[in-house]
Each structure stands twice: as structure tokens, then as C-alpha cells.
Ligand binder design. Structure first.
Ligand code: ADP
Length: 609
């Protein structure tokens, strides 16, 4: 109970009032007693002197002669209070009580009377007026009594006797005791009032403090809408104002912080890279969805983050990082994708390293492009190397004397010319591809009739087919729908595909070319009964420089770029090229182009060469 400030206030007030009342009471009672005793002493003295003055025989030298008068006087004339006792003591050779208000002590030696203080008698015999309050007990009743011994001298200055007066102080101590009781009651009343007033004062002080405490408690639970009523401008009021200001500031700061946190969290959650943070014990502190997916993180393996990372590469384990350097990067392969993992330490609130942040960037595409670039350079170098070597060796042979032989010269120059043609074709194809890839090829798209273009390409190429004694059959719908296409682009596609059929079909082979409307598309089919393409190569034939049989393709003047170019053009015109093939049976190439204008073209023109 006394741990509460309210009760402490009350206790302090209580103790202060109690102490003040006790001190004041003590002084009052003490002084009251002293004053009363002083008054009694004075009145005893004046009483004794008035007795001496009013009794002429007490001025005589020998009181013995007046014994009777003295006794009568004591009994009848002298005024003695009910609480007083008088002893008239004669000083002869011996002391003798010759008159007293107490009968049974008369004629006795006062030294033998218990009620008379011997010490005072001695003092009086020496001529001193002496007094005392002895701690005496008479007749079993304890009562304080004031004693006074007054020596009476004759004209020669001899002590003729002693007037001994006692005064019962019972009434004095009764008064003192009454005063004590009164003061005690007053003190109790004052203390009760103090407790009541103290309670209200303490409550008025502690209530606002309690209010602030309660609101602070609410705030600690995350509810920051806490304001206290400020009713004064004193220290408590200032505390309330400060609390309200603090709450407002805190609310603003927390809102700023949570906004920042939310921004960072959103960034983490939606970023394409995986981010994972682990502490020095290897426990995962944060992992965004991408990293969770990459490392299969769930609630079961949250404590073994370091293990998961070390599995990717021992170089990424906390132990190795700590030994080598806290910062770095490492390329690793995870589930068929390549990731570049960057890591760096983060500091805790003491400024020490608290753990490591890993950022996992998927660089599979980048890596693929890089590999493709390398492969491309290797392919181009290789493609150019062969004709250059051939040209070089033939020209060297010519220069070393073969020039003298006309026939040989003609043959060699012919070969050099063919190789140069091949190089030129290669370079041209490469230029075409690169222009297309860098979007430099601006397609001049217009409405063209695919049948007509097919017709013109076929006418250009049929000579080659004739040379190989191949039979080409065309079946082209007369009024095929038009397509929105770059004319030269479409020519290029058809030329590459038909040329391939001629190239990869043996002498006397057959090639069928068809063109027709199909739903909202135009379909061009080029079929041959040539050598076909093995199944395992099918997925790669659109790649640049990919050839099923390199030597044969090269011999036939192929660059390995024809289909790549055709596909590129088709893609740029939302068209499709599909190839079906069977080794030694034949190949079918299907080109599907979306029609620009739908027309009913059911007239066919069949031809055969
Ligand atoms: P190339 O210049 O070598 O002909 P392409 O890109 O045009 O290059 O063709 C790629 C490869 O696909 C060829 O080398 C060839 O092996 C194969 N190919 C293409 N068309 C046919 C076809 N009609 N018959 C058999 N093989 C073909």
C-alpha cells in the first residue's frame, strides 16, 4: 500500500502533523506544570509568612511557653487548605513538633515523622528556606506533595523554630493530565483531518500522474491515440503537456518509420532479385518471396539459413565469409538457372557486424546471351576461316607458278571466286540478321499478294531445281487474301525455304509448293522428299549457324543463317514457320501469315516443271 505515492504523501503529512503536535504538546504541558508549581511555591511562601506575621507568639524566643496558643491557633485560627498540612516545629536542644494539622505527629520529633523531609529540616536549621517534591508514598497512596521548610528567627537571629508546610500537588497533576488528554484528542482529530485532507491533496497530485501512466501503458500496446487532459499549468500540468507533445511526435515518427518500412518491404517483396538476411547464428531474419522460392525456405528451415546458403557454395558460408572478406559475390547454379549472389555485412545497433545480406540476381538470360555472343564469334570466325584458307592456298599455288598453266589458273580462279561468293553471302546474311536484331531494318509493310510473291520466287529458283532435275509442283490459290508484309522480307523467307528444299533434296526429287487461305490466315506449304532432318536436330535448326550436316550444307553454299533470317522476318510480321521432317522421307515447311483482307479465293492454278 505504501508503495503508492498517494499513501506516501498521506504518511508524510501524518508524521509531520504528529511530530508538530507532539513537540507543541510537550512544551505546553511542561510549561503548564512549571507555572503551576511556581505559583504553588509562591503561594506557600506567602502563606507561611502570613502565618508568622499573624501569630505574635511565633516571634517570641521560646515557643514552648506558647504551646497551647500555637495548638489552638493551628486548629482554629490559621487558614489551612484541604490539601495543605502545617507543622510548627520547635527548635530546642532537639526538634519537636508542637503544633500540626495532623494530630498524631504532635509532640514527636520531626525526624521520626515520615511525612517530614529530613533534608529540608537540615537546610532550615542552617537558615535556608528550602523546598522539594520528594517521591513519597503515604498510606499506600502515591501522591506528589510539595514540602517547604521555613526557618523562623528571633531578633538575635537565632532559629527559634521551623514552619513546615506541605501542599498536595494532586490537583496540579490532575490539571496536567487533563491537558494531556485534551492534547491527545486534539492530536488525533488533527491527524484524522490530515489523513482526509492529505488523501484529497495526494489524489489531486497522483491522479494526473496515474492518468499519464495509464495512457503510457496503452501506448506501449501500440495504441498511440493517447492524450491526457491538462487542467493546470503547474509541474503536473507541464508533465501532461509534455506527454501530449511526446505522443504527437512519437505518432508522427512511428508513422514515418512504418511508411519507410512498408516501402522497403514492398520493394523487397516485389523486386525481381532474391534478398535474404541471416544473423551470425545462421538464422534467417528476412527473406523475400523470390529468395524463399529459390531456396525453398519455409517455417521448418528458418533456423538453418546458413546451411541452405552453404549448400549453394561453401564459399558463401558464414564461416568462409568471416575468414575471407565480409563482402563479395559468387556465381552459382540453382535449379537450372544461374544466379549471381552478392553479399555484404550489416551492422547491429552496437555498430558491430550483425549478419550478412545476400542478394541473388538471376543472370541466366545474361549468361545465355554472353554464351551466344561467344559462340557467334567462334562460328563467324570458323565460317570465314574456311573460305579464306581455301582462297589463300589457291592464290599461293597460283603465285608459285601455277599461273603459267591456263587451265589450272582458270580452275583455281573459279574456286577463289566461288569462295569469295560464299564469303560475300555470309557477310550479307550476317548484316541482314544484325540489322534485324538492332531493329535497323525498317520494314516497308504493305498489302501484298503472297501468291504472286511465291510465284516470282519460284520462278527465280526453278532453274536450280532444273539443274538437279527436280520436279516442282505449285498449287497456288488464285485470289488468296492479301497480307500486310514487307515484300522483300516475304521474298527472303520464301527464297530461303524453297532454296533449302532444292538444296536438301536429291536429284530427281520432288518439291510441292502450295498456297491457300485457311480461316483468317494464309498458309504456304513447301514440301520435299529430300534427306529430311533428324528429330534431335529439329529444335535447333532455327539457331544461327546451326546445320545438321555442316560439310554438306557448306558444299551446297549454305551459311546456316537462312532459317534464322526467315524466322526473324516472320516474327516481325506476326507470322509462324513450322517444320515437320522425317529423315530420308522429306520435309514440310508451313508458313502461316495472318490475312489482312479476307477474300474468297477458291480458284487454283496448278503448275508443274
Ligand atoms: P543452310 O544455309 O545451311 O541451309 P539454314 O538455316 O537454311 O542453313 O538451314 C539450317 C539447316 O537445316 C540446314 O543446314 C539443314 O541441315 C537443315 N535443313 C533446312 N531445310 C531443310 C530441308 N528442306 N531438308 C533437309 N534439311 C533442311
Amino acid at each position: 500500500m505504501f508503495r503508492s505515492i498517494r499513501w506516501r504523501f498521506i504518511l508524510i503529512y501524518f508524521l509531520l502533523v504528529f511530530l508538530a503536535m507532539a513537540i507543541v504538546g510537550f512544551f505546553i504541558i511542561d510549561n503548564l506544570e512549571k507555572i503551576q508549581l511556581d505559583n504553588i511555591t509562591k503561594s506557600m511562601r506567602s502563606h507561611i509568612t502570613s502565618i508568622i506575621a499573624s501569630s505574635s507568639y511565633l516571634q517570641e524566643d521560646d515557643w514552648h511557653d506558647y504551646t497551647e496558643e500555637i495548638r489552638t491557633s493551628v486548629r482554629e485560627n490559621i487558614q489551612i487548605g484541604y490539601n495543605e498540612n502545617l507543622y510548627i516545629i520547635l527548635n530546642n536542644e532537639d526538634l519537636e513538633i508542637i503544633g500540626s494539622t495532623i494530630d498524631n505527629v504532635v509532640d514527636k520529633n520531626p525526624y521520626d515523622v515520615k511525612r517530614v523531609n529530613n533534608f529540608l529540616l537540615e537546610e532550615a536549621l542552617l537558615g535556608e528556606i528550602s523546598e522539594t517534591i520528594p517521591p513519597e508514598e503515604y498510606d499506600g497512596i502515591q501522591s506528589k506533595v510539595k514540602h517547604m521548610a521555613y526557618p523562623v528567627k528571633n531578633q538575635q537571629g537565632d532559629i527559634t523554630g521551623i514552619i513546615y508546610l506541605t501542599y498536595s500537588l494532586e490537583s496540579v497533576y490532575e490539571t496536567v493530565d487533563n491537558s494531556k488528554v485534551m492534547l491527545t484528542r486534539a492530536t488525533i482529530l488533527a491527524l484524522i483531518i490530515t489523513i482526509i485532507i492529505g488523501f484529497f491533496i495526494a489524489t489531486s497530485i497522483t491522479k494526473p500522474i496515474k492518468d499519464v501512466t495509464l495512457k503510457a501503458k496503452e501506448m506501449s500496446r501500440g495504441n498511440f491515440d493517447q492524450f491526457v487532459d491538462v487542467k493546470s499549468t503547474d509541474e503536473i500540468g507541464q508533465l501532461g503537456m509534455m506527454f501530449n507533445y511526446l505522443t504527437k511526435e512519437l505518432k508522427n515518427r512511428i508513422s514515418e518509420l512504418s511508411q519507410e518500412k512498408s516501402k522497403i518491404e514492398t520493394t523487397f517483396n516485389y523486386m525481381a532479385d532474391g534478398v535474404i538476411t541471416i544473423d551470425l547464428k545462421g538464422k534467417i531474419i528476412h527473406a523475400n518471396p523470390v529468395s524463399k522460392n529459390i531456396l525453398n525456405i519455409d517455417n521448418t528451415n528458418i533456423d538453418v539459413g546458413d546451411k541452405l546458403i552453404s549448400k549453394l557454395s561453401p564459399d558463401l558460408s558464414l564461416e568462409t565469409i568471416e575468414k575471407n572478406s565480409w563482402m563479395g559475390d559468387k556465381k552459382v547454379e540453382i535449379k537450372g538457372s544461374i544466379y549471381n549472389i552478392n553479399y555484404a555485412p550489416y551492422k547491429n545497433d552496437k555498430g558491430e557486424v550483425g549478419g550478412v545480406i545476400y542478394v541473388m540476381q538471376d543472370i541466366t538470360e545474361q549468361q545465355k546471351l554472353e554464351d551466344m555472343r561467344k559462340e557467334f564469334i567462334a562460328n563467324v570466325s570458323h565460317e570465314l576461316k574456311t573460305p579464306i584458307t581455301t582462297i589463300k592456298s589457291y592464290s599461293e599455288t597460283l603465285l608459285s607458278g601455277a599461273l603459267d598453266y591456263k587451265e589450272t589458273t582458270k580452275e583455281f580462279v573459279g574456286i577463289i571466286d566461288a569462295e569469295t561468293d560464299r564469303m560475300s553471302r555470309l557477310v550479307q546474311d550476317l548484316l541482314k540478321l544484325s540489322r534485324m536484331e538492332y531493329n535497323e531494318e525498317s520494314w516497308k509493310k504493305s498489302l501484298v499478294n503472297p501468291g504472286e510473291i511465291l510465284e516470282s520466287v519460284y520462278k527465280k529458283l526453278r532453274i536450280r531445281a532444273n539443274e538437279k532435275n527436280q520436279r516442282i509442283r505449285t498449287n497456288i490459290e488464285k485470289n488468296t487474301n492479301k497480307v500486310l508484309f514487307d515484300k522483300e522480307g516475304l521474298e527472303q523467307i520464301l527464297q530461303n525455304i524453297i532454296a533449302n528444299s532444292i538444296k536438301y533434296t536429291k536429284r530427281n526429287g520432288e518439291i510441292n509448293i502450295r498456297c491457300f487461305n485457311k480461316e483468317e490466315n494464309i498458309v504456304i506449304l513447301v514440301e520435299d522428299n529430300g534427306i529430311g532432318i533428324p528429330k534431335e536436330d529439329m529444335s535447333r535448326i532455327f539457331e544461327r549457324f546451326y546445320r545438321v550436316d555442316k560439310a554438306r550444307s557448306r558444299d551446297m553454299g549454305g551459311t546456316g543463317l537462312g532459317l534464322a533470317i526467315a524466322k526473324h522476318i516472320a516474327d516481325d510480321h506476326k507470322s509462324k514457320i513450322e517444320i515437320n521432317s522425317q529423315v530420308n522421307v522429306g520435309t514440310q515447311v508451313k508458313i502461316t501469315i495472318p490475312a489482312a483482307e479476307i477474300d474468297s479465293g477458291d480458284e487454283y492454278e496448278d503448275r508443274e516443271v
